[in-house]
Design a protein around this ligand. Structure first.
Ligand code: ZN
Ligand code: ZN
Length: 406
């Protein structure tokens, strides 16, 4: 593991002046940033369809001096913006996808606005601070693991540190998330009349039932931080017809990515058991790349904590894994942080309708500005640390674990 001391004292004098200037610059863009957030919120676009949101972010970045590539890295709704030529490269990560039927109930409008806010704040100072600023527009967080695709395409190559913030019902600096894998199941049996000719049938819905019973029993033997959950997406069309096909979508979660392979193999065995018991065929596929667990870089985290405290953010709590994020994948490859900012005081949580409301409120707006300033400050601290001769390179980063994406 890398050393845990911060790379710079967060408030030596020239740096303190630079930070005041960064804060002023972010706040000077307040109305543009909040308008961006509201605009994205009013036009929710789901995974891989975020054309408007990506275009609005790119437009603001271009208007403030960034060289923007869009689309980027093989994804139609990704962008990659760059400014400055300093020795420390920081990536500000923007998400902007919404949830089907729920709009911005995960508050990704705020993530985009905070990332753009940090970028606009840093723009006039990047070279003086010793920074190369990258802004990576990352589509499809809710499904599709867009950042896993971006990583594979090389979007994070050469990045020294990556950061983003996410709205939440609680303030957490060292955010842990579950590693998550997806699994699609399709059984093929043989249709038959259920009273005339039942012995000719091979019941695909029964295969799924056997599998679900097996998974239900398996849960008792799973460690407490492992999760298996899913839905049936098809299991027959009429009661007087033995179903010849059935399908389901499942997710598996574990607190560390290294456990996903074992969990996947045990759950897949349950699905195979359903096929074996009923004489059906089973096809198991993996619709999305795995989401890896978030591992915050301790040095970046120390800088973030000091900066968030200086802004008067609530005292962060420690927390076990909750939810999942494809920023986890980034964190396995590049030193990263993904602090979450309290916008509801626990009143409602992401993926609830009320959270979409909250993503427009006063606390949400404060989170955009605080998130932007704290990220800009953390980037400035990093560059100051490099200038002071502290080591900051990928070689000292946490070793990437074996990603199981295939
Ligand atoms: Zn979400
Ligand atoms: Zn989210």
């Amino acid at each position: 593991m890398p050393p845990t001391e911060p790379l710079a004292e967060p408030s030596t004098t020239p740096l303190a002046d630079a930070k005041q200037a960064l804060r002023d610059r972010v706040h000077a863009h307040r109305s543009e940033l909040l308008a961006l957030s509201r605009r994205i919120h009013a036009h929710p676009e789901t995974a891989f369809e975020e054309y408007l949101a990506a275009a609005w972010c790119a437009e603001l970045l271009r208007a403030h001096g960034y060289a923007v590539t869009a689309p980027a890295h093989g994804l139609a709704t990704a962008f990659d913006a760059r400014l400055g030529s300093g020795p420390v490269t920081v990536a500000l990560v923007c998400e902007y996808d919404a949830l089907p039927g729920l709009g911005h109930a995960c508050g990704h409008n705020l993530i985009a606005a905070a990332g753009i806010g940090a970028a606009l704040g840093l723009a006039p100072f990047a070279d003086r601070l010793g920074l190369t600023v990258r802004v990576i527009g990352a589509p499809a967080e809710e499904r599709g693991a867009g950042k896993a695709l971006l990583l594979e395409a090389g979007a994070f190559d050469g990045v020294d540190a990556a950061m983003m913030v996410h709205p939440c019902p609680v303030e957490v600096a060292d955010f842990h998330s579950f590693a998550l894998g997806t699994l699609s199941v399709r059984y093929t049996g043989r249709a038959a009349h259920p009273s005339l000719d039942p012995h000719r049938g091979r019941n695909a819905a029964d295969a799924l039932t056997v599998a679900q019973v097996a998974i239900g029993l398996l849960r008792q033997q799973l460690p407490p931080q492992w999760r298996v959950h899913g839905i049936t997406t098809a299991a027959g069309t009429a009661p007087n017809l033995i179903p010849d096909s059935a399908s389901a979508e499942y997710e598996i979660r574990a607190s560390v990515a290294e456990d996903l392979a074992e969990l996947r193999s045990r759950v897949e065995d349950c699905f195979r058991a359903g096929a074996l018991a009923t004489g059906c065929e089973v096809e198991l596929t993996r619709p999305d790349p795995d989401y890896l667990d978030m591992r915050s870089d301790p040095r970046l985290l120390a800088l973030w904590r000091a900066n968030a405290a200086a802004l008067g953010r609530p005292e962060p709590v420690e927390s076990g894994p909750f939810a999942c994020t494809d920023m986890g994948n980034v964190s396995h490859a590049v030193p990263s942080i993904h602090p979450v900012l309290d916008i509801t005081g626990g009143a409602c949580a992401p993926h609830e309708a009320a959270f979409a409301e909250a993503a427009l409120g006063a606390e949400a707006e404060r989170a955009v500005l605080d998130g932007a300033v704290a990220m800009a400050w953390t980037a400035a601290d990093l560059a100051a640390g490099r200038a002071a001769g502290r080591v900051w390179d990928l070689a000292a980063a946490p070793a990437a674990t074996a990603a199981t994406n295939e």
